[in-house]
Ligand binder design. Structure first.
Ligand code: ATP
Ligand code: MG
Length: 595
């Protein structure tokens, strides 16, 4: 697989054109819209995931490129599944993802303004603003429903939910008209008013559109527009006991907010005739919004549906929605992945009309590419093995120069302490190594990064035969500037000075699932990777004591790491916790080749 190299850490994320952007450009040219207004409309029934990022990048990206705005709207018409915790997390995640890229086009509304008028978050300094809420339009939606009834286009139906399903038929079987379909308008108006007043229990009546029970499109077979739900709503409280269905609320919310392009995923393509039908029946302003569909993101080795992610959280398979193994934006953020890397990934995969499975390696490539450019290099040893340099003076410490980031000269250099007793990675020594093992072996030589070439003279073991210490000699002229500095040995390894190193808890994450398509077959949870988290106590160079929460670090030869918020850097007993964002190399690719 060859992947494009991008430089989006510093540049605005580039976006190639796609069929939706082409349509927008054409419509603008034809003068069909005064201004481009898109929206990102999550239902607050879970945290946002990487699939939502694709939609955010598309909707905010279009607004950004065509000088428009993008409304953040809570699509909150289903009170029983929604929660204020989700509303808050969605806002935080959207702001995080667009920050520094499209925050200029993020439109919110003044607190309490229910008329759907946006203001740009960037210009208003964010104070007193909140997202749009579909539930703010409940009063207008009710009036629209009344207008449909008056026009003879909607009726109150007394069929039970099961009967309604049965009467609807199937794609290959025509539907059957409800016995309540031809109720007089006055009776419908009265019943609908009483539904709203709370006179009837849940499930006893619905309001339905009167369209065509024989339509080949099942969504046009008198779809339900309103249902009774005696449930408190996180935003409107106990004000309502009837709630509009998605199809009724969505197109009208779009119209109320002046949306020009309503972009959603392909499974809504079959809903588009209903979207248009509802808008055509009502006296709403021109130009009307239009719906466009694109292929949703599916990513290998993960699950994406909020329902499944909720199960992982509720069954404690992960530590929460922001567990660094989760594909949620909160999880990716905690894992150390930057918004720029996610936006790069979205630009790489593009926007099409065909559903497909995206290889998670594409995301991993974007993450490595981004972190390689920004991460500060540090030395840390995850599984320490003691090395004593027998010819190095006791009590001596040298401060060696080390480059912070070879990709970025501006990142400068730092001093790393070196002394007689060191730790190297246990894996970097083998007593009986296979061919092409260029690290340390008995009698062999290796270079310590930024320091000397050392030779292993003696292997010390405990009673069980486990290697506990290596006794080595250093070529004291082989450091930078020394007479043998240019001497070549095959391997270079990382190390820390035992006397100066600090302890750090390091959480090593791996893919959450062991198979490319966990929900293809059976229960997705049976494919959970039992080794998706390993915790080690690492020894790290002392400068990491000053690691910053927003910092990105490459532990040399190991991977990219960030500070977890479980850390307490300034406590009486400092505790450092690092998350491994990603290993330097794709170990799974090697597995796949072996298999
Ligand atoms: P899920 O199936 O994960 O519960 P959803 O579609 O119900 O997701 P919403 O909150 O309704 O989630 O989604 C908000 C917006 O994000 C919608 O416009 C939806 O089309 C888009 N979206 C959701 N999942 C994906 C995805 N995997 N790829 C691209 N866009 C997505
Ligand atoms: Mg949805």
């Amino acid at each position: 697989m060859t992947l494009p190299k991008s430089n989006a850490a510093t540049d605005p994320t580039p976006a190639a054109s796609d069929f939706i952007r082409d349509i927008v450009a054409e419509e603008l040219k034809a003068g069909r819209h005064k201004r481009i207004v898109t929206r990102f409309p999550p239902e607050p029934n879970g945290y946002l995931h990487i699939g939502h990022a694709k939609s955010i990048c598309l909707n905010f990206g279009i607004a950004r490129e065509f000088d428009g705005v993008c409304n953040l709207r809570m699509d909150d018409t289903n009170p029983t599944k929604e929660d204020i915790e989700y509303v808050d997390s969605i806002q935080a995640d959207v702001r995080w993802l667009v920050s520094g890229w499209a925050d200029r086009v993020l439109a919110l509304k003044k607190v309490g303004d229910t008329r759907g008028r946006g203001v740009l978050a960037a210009e208003s300094g964010n104070s007193g603003l909140e997202p749009f809420y579909a539930s703010d339009y409940f009063a207008q939606l009710y009036e629209y429903a009344v207008a449909l009834i008056r026009a003879g286009k909607a009726y109150v139906c007394d069929l039970s939910p099961e009967e309604t399903d049965h009467y609807r038929g199937a794609p290959d079987r025509p539907g059957q008209e409800s016995p309540w379909r031809n109720r007089p308008v006055e009776e419908n108006l009265d019943l609908f008013r009483r539904m709203k007043a709370g006179e009837f229990p849940d499930g006893t009546r619905t309001l339905r559109a009167k369209i065509d029970m024989a339509s080949p499109n099942i969504w046009l077979r008198d779809p339900v527009l309103y249902r009774i739900r005696h449930a408190a709503h996180h935003h409107t409280g106990d004000q309502w006991c009837i709630y509009p269905m998605y199809d009724f609320a969505h197109c009208l919310s779009d119209s109320l907010e002046g949306i020009s392009h309503s972009i959603c995923t392909l499974e809504f393509e079959v809903h588009r005739p209903l979207y248009d039908w509802i808008l055509e029946q009502l006296p709403i302003p021109q130009p009307r919004p239009h719906q466009f569909e694109f292929a949703r993101l599916s990513l290998s080795f993960t699950v994406m549906s909020k329902r499944k992610l909720l199960q992982l959280v509720q069954e404690n398979r992960v530590t929460g929605w922001d567990d660094p193994r989760m594909p949620t934006l909160a999880g990716l953020r905690r894992r150390g992945i930057t918004p720029a890397a996610i936006r790069d990934f979205c630009a790489m995969i593009g926007v099409t009309k065909y559903n497909s499975l995206t290889d998670v390696a594409v995301l991993e490539h974007a993450i490595r590419d981004d972190l390689n450019r920004r991460a500060l290099r540090r030395l840390a040893v995850l599984r320490p093995l003691k090395v004593v340099l027998t010819n190095y003076p006791e009590g001596k410490t040298e401060e060696l120069d080390a480059v912070n980031n070879p990709e970025d000269a501006a990142a400068g250099t730092r001093k790393v302490p070196f002394s007689r007793v060191l730790y190297i990675e246990t894996d970097d020594f083998l007593e009986a190594p296979p061919p092409k093992f260029f690290r340390l072996r008995p009698g062999g030589e290796v270079r310590l990064k930024y320091a000397y070439i050392i030779k292993c003279d003696e292997v010390v073991k405990d009673a069980s035969g486990k290697v506990t210490e290596l006794r080595c000699t250093a070529d004291l002229d082989s450091k930078t500037g020394g007479t043998t500095a240019g001497r070549k040995v095959k391997g270079t390894i990382h190390w820390v000075s035992a006397a100066h190193a600090i302890d750090a808890e390091v959480r090593l994450y791996d893919r959450l699932f062991t198979v490319p398509e966990p929900d293809a077959e059976g229960d997705f949870k049976q494919h959970l990777n039992p080794h998706s988290l390993e915790v080690v106590t690492a020894r790290a160079e002392p400068s990491l004591r000053d690691a910053r929460p927003e910092g990105r670090y490459q532990f040399e030869r190991l991977g990219y790491f960030c500070l977890d918020f479980d850390s307490q850097p300034s406590a009486p007993r400092p505790r450092l916790v690092f998350n491994r964002t990603i290993a330097l190399k794709d170990t799974w690719a090697k597995e796949a080749r072996k298999g």
